[in-house]
Design a protein around this ligand. Structure first.
Ligand SMILES: [Zn+2]
Length: 127
């Protein structure tokens, strides 16, 4: 017969076969810990999204610009984090961080940045 351990304190569990925690203390401590790490993760992603938006905005002061990806990275951009995407009538897929987005350029080292317009679905400012 196998012994299970408490998911919080790792002590061996006795009693019911489906038990996961020693008691209500371990149960709530475990859930609080999980919630805290989830909150920290969300906070970090939000911080990165703001940094991305800021990098795109600074690199695109006139509403449209073609810039090097490496330049955006030095400005704090992390290409993994996005808020949404939008496909133009021409079929270009744009990746957005709030109201600024980019699409790959013909030059693989570069991206074309645009500021979101109202006619884009879910655009800012809304129509
Ligand atoms: Zn425990």
């Amino acid at each position: 017969m196998s012994t299970k351990n408490c998911m919080y304190c790792n002590e061996p569990l006795e009693g019911r076969y489906d038990k996961k925690f020693c008691d209500s203390f371990c149960r709530s401590a475990y859930h609080n810990q999980t919630k805290t790490s989830t909150e920290a993760y969300i906070k970090n992603v939000n911080r990165q999204l703001r940094a991305n938006r800021s990098a795109l905005r600074k690199a695109c002061p006139l509403g449209k610009a073609t810039v090097r990806k490496s330049f955006l990275k030095t400005m704090g951009m992390d290409f993994k984090h996005l808020t949404h995407s939008w496909k133009s009538n021409g079929g270009n897929l744009y990746y957005f961080c709030y109201d600024y987005g980019y699409t790959p350029s013909v030059d693989p080292e570069k991206v074309v940045i645009i500021q979101q317009q109202g006619y884009m679905a879910g655009g800012f400012p809304p129509n």
